[in-house]
Design a protein around this ligand. Structure first.
Ligand SMILES: *[C@@H]1O[C@H](CO)[C@@H](O)[C@H](O)[C@H]1NC(C)=O
Ligand SMILES: *[C@@H]1O[C@H](CO)[C@@H](O)[C@H](O)[C@H]1NC(C)=O
Ligand SMILES: *[C@@H]1O[C@H](CO)[C@@H](O)[C@H](O)[C@H]1NC(C)=O
Ligand SMILES: *[C@@H]1O[C@H](CO)[C@@H](O)[C@H](O)[C@H]1NC(C)=O
Ligand SMILES: *[C@@H]1O[C@H](CO)[C@@H](O)[C@H](O)[C@H]1NC(C)=O
Ligand SMILES: *[C@@H]1O[C@H](CO)[C@@H](O)[C@H](O)[C@H]1NC(C)=O
Length: 447
């Protein structure tokens, strides 16, 4: 700055030599120039010095960033591909980073769900693949039906005489052949003829005979058959016995009651016979006044009955809970710095499921989802004792959802309990824990 001003001053004078008096004398100029020279060389020296310092710093910086990039190259694990029929969550392959593997619906995970890039630059756990769930593994098709496994579901090809999703219902074909057929020709009546014949009462009726071209032709009302030797008497066909076939509940889902000329099905307490007369449907005691639950209780309809449940918030040391809805308790805010309190679950949710006995498994019973996940990781786990572990497993179904799976069929009547914990983490520090308690009421019957 100083040098620049001085230089302009000098130029101005040299360009206008005519104005001699206005310019300083030659001696004065020489003196000034010497001063400027001194100043300049001092500036040059300090300028060079700072330049050297700057260079040094740049070199240091360059070598350190160089080292960092080589270290970065060496501290990643080998690339992990997403499995076929699945997805991979987590893009970073650096040391300490976690990758999750999720399978598409209908596929189950084989290997590790989470894998961490270790210091040794290898992934923890086993290689993860997604395998088609074999829905036929539990032999869901009954009565000789053939199971066909498809992605995410199965279908049954039923044996002759059976129908329904799992071939559980006999196809009602026989009654058509029973009406107004003459004796001894139909296979159904032939079988009926071997039954012990009642001699009196509503189970015996006279036959109707006509003589055509010299031969007597006798017929019975529907549900009756000519009994043995006497073509004048018709006896009731015991459909329950005839179609019993050694296995109960084929003609009827539950109990078959023989009636004069027919039969009817009856159902256990808690069920009503369906419109088709052969199956049983659960009566919803909670929808009607057929339950005695108190006002504080909630009525849960189950197959064949009902349960009165009452949600009481848990009593846990160092924390207090308040009911925020009939099925949910949330923790009151913790005092600042109370670590024991902040580590207790943030909430407890209660869910009640009613299922039939011997439900085919594996199947998803319940899903738990995080609506607005806050951390970088969600973990789902099964709590509860050995009973829970014997019947249930917990799996992840997508990034924010865990599912409670029934692992094997359960014979009722029974009540099973399981707890699913969802924990939210940010850089491996726990942000919150949420507990879902699931109670499963298993009925006595398979319908
Ligand atoms: C880092 O990796 C490079 C090439 O991949 C290799 O030449 C170098 O030796 C490695 N350094 C260390 C410290 O392992
Ligand atoms: C069955 O037989 C009865 C008399 O035995 C007769 O009244 C009725 O019309 C017959 N029904 C049919 C479908 O043939
Ligand atoms: C079930 O059957 C009983 C007696 O037959 C009847 O009173 C009741 O209305 C039925 N309930 C339903 C839900 O059909
Ligand atoms: C409801 O009735 C059943 C018997 O019908 C009884 O065992 C049960 O204790 C009753 N529950 C309540 C809450 O009164
Ligand atoms: C937690 O509760 C236990 C038992 O009630 C008590 O002894 C302990 O001091 C509490 N801890 C904190 C941090 O309040
Ligand atoms: C349970 O179901 C399976 C297949 O559906 C069947 O084979 C088995 O007999 C059933 N068990 C009972 C106790 O009913």
């Amino acid at each position: 700055m100083i040098a620049a001003i001085l230089i302009t001053l000098l130029c101005f004078c040299s360009l206008h030599p005519t104005f001699g008096q206005d310019c300083p004398s030659r001696q004065e100029i020489q003196g000034s120039l010497k001063q400027v020279q001194k100043l300049l060389s001092a500036h040059e020296a300090s300028y060079l010095q700072s330049l050297r310092n700057l260079k040094k710093k740049i070199n240091l910086l360059q070598s350190s960033t160089g080292k960092q990039t080589t270290r970065a190259i060496n501290s990643t694990c080998p690339k992990l591909d997403a499995p076929i029929n699945g997805r991979k969550l987590g893009k970073s392959h650096g040391v300490g980073h976690e990758v999750h593997v999720l399978c598409d619906p209908g596929y189950e995970l084989v290997g590790s769900e989470s894998r961490v890039c270790q210091e040794s630059l290898t992934w923890s756990g086993q290689q993860s693949t997604c395998r088609d769930i074999n829905e036929c593994a539990s032999s869901p098709c009954q009565n000789g039906g053939t199971c066909v496994d498809e992605v995410n579901h199965f279908s049954c090809v039923c044996a002759k005489g059976w129908a329904g999703a799992t071939c559980q219902s006999p196809t009602p074909t026989f009654f058509v052949t029973m009406t107004n057929t003459s004796a001894a020709t139909s296979p159904a009546t032939a079988a009926a003829a071997t039954l012990p014949a009642a001699t009196t009462g509503p189970f015996v009726r006279p036959s109707r005979c006509t003589i055509m071209q010299g031969t007597t032709h006798c017929t019975c009302e529907p549900g009756y058959t000519i009994s043995g030797r006497d073509s004048n008497t018709c006896t009731d066909i015991d459909e329950c016995e005839l179609f019993h076939n050694g296995q109960a509940g084929r003609l009827c889902l539950h109990t078959c009651v023989n009636t004069p000329g027919g039969y009817r099905c009856s159902c256990p307490i808690g069920y009503n016979v369906t419109r088709d007369g052969r199956s049983c449907k659960d009566i919803d005691e909670c929808a009607t006044r057929q339950n005695n639950c108190t006002k504080d209780q909630m009525c849960i309809n189950t197959y064949g009955g009902f349960q009165c449940v009452q949600v009481d918030c848990p009593k846990i040391p160092n924390a207090t809970y308040v009911k925020t809805s009939p099925m949910r308790c949330e923790r009151n805010p913790c005092p600042v710095d109370n670590k024991a309190c902040s580590q207790t679950p943030n909430s407890f949710s209660y869910h009640y499921l009613a299922v039939v006995s011997n439900l085919s498994a594996p199947r998803v019973m319940f899903r738990v989802s995080a609506l607005r996940p806050m951390g970088d990781t969600l973990r789902f786990s099964l709590l509860g004792g050995r009973q829970a572990r014997r019947h249930f497993t917990v799996q992840r179904s997508d990034r924010v959802t865990g599912q409670l799976m029934l692992a094997s069929p359960v014979q009722g009547p029974a009540t099973l309990e399981a707890e699913v914990e969802m924990s939210e983490l940010e850089r491996r520090v726990q942000l919150g824990r949420y507990i879902t308690k699931v109670t499963m009421f298993v009925s006595q019957y398979e319908f």
